[in-house]
Design a protein around this ligand. Sequence first.
Ligand code: ZN
Length: 150
Amino acid sequence: MSELSDMYQEVILDHNKSPRNFKKLDDATHSLEGYNPLCGDKLTIYLRLEDNVIEETSFVGSGCAISKASASMMTHKLKGLTTIEAEQMIQNVHQMLTGKITDELTISKLGNLAALSGVCKFPTRVKCATLAWHTFKAALAGADEKVSTE
Ligand code: ZN
């Protein structure tokens, strides 16, 4: 079990050190800023939607390792999905992060996102991990006001 945690930690550190899709998307159709005042995490999520498919998604911002790793994994995961698939994925991840899914098989289907499953044991870090997903969901729904976890 501790070996597993080490592996999870490595995934998070790697995404924090070299975040994927860490750039502004100039031709984004949706973008939104998200803020987690508890920790000071500030992210802007960009996405380009074409025919209900997320063609491209990226983020910029600053925050703790968990918030950045979560955003990085999210952009990697949601790219290429339809809006319906993305909403389903966001819901599954949210349930995992808040400890509502604990079944290991379901968690393992989320791939490297499982690395974030440990945060549900640390209530103050849950918002760091959910920030990017909340912001993405709101951006997709067409929100134009900054999202705050508080
Ligand atoms: Zn944070």
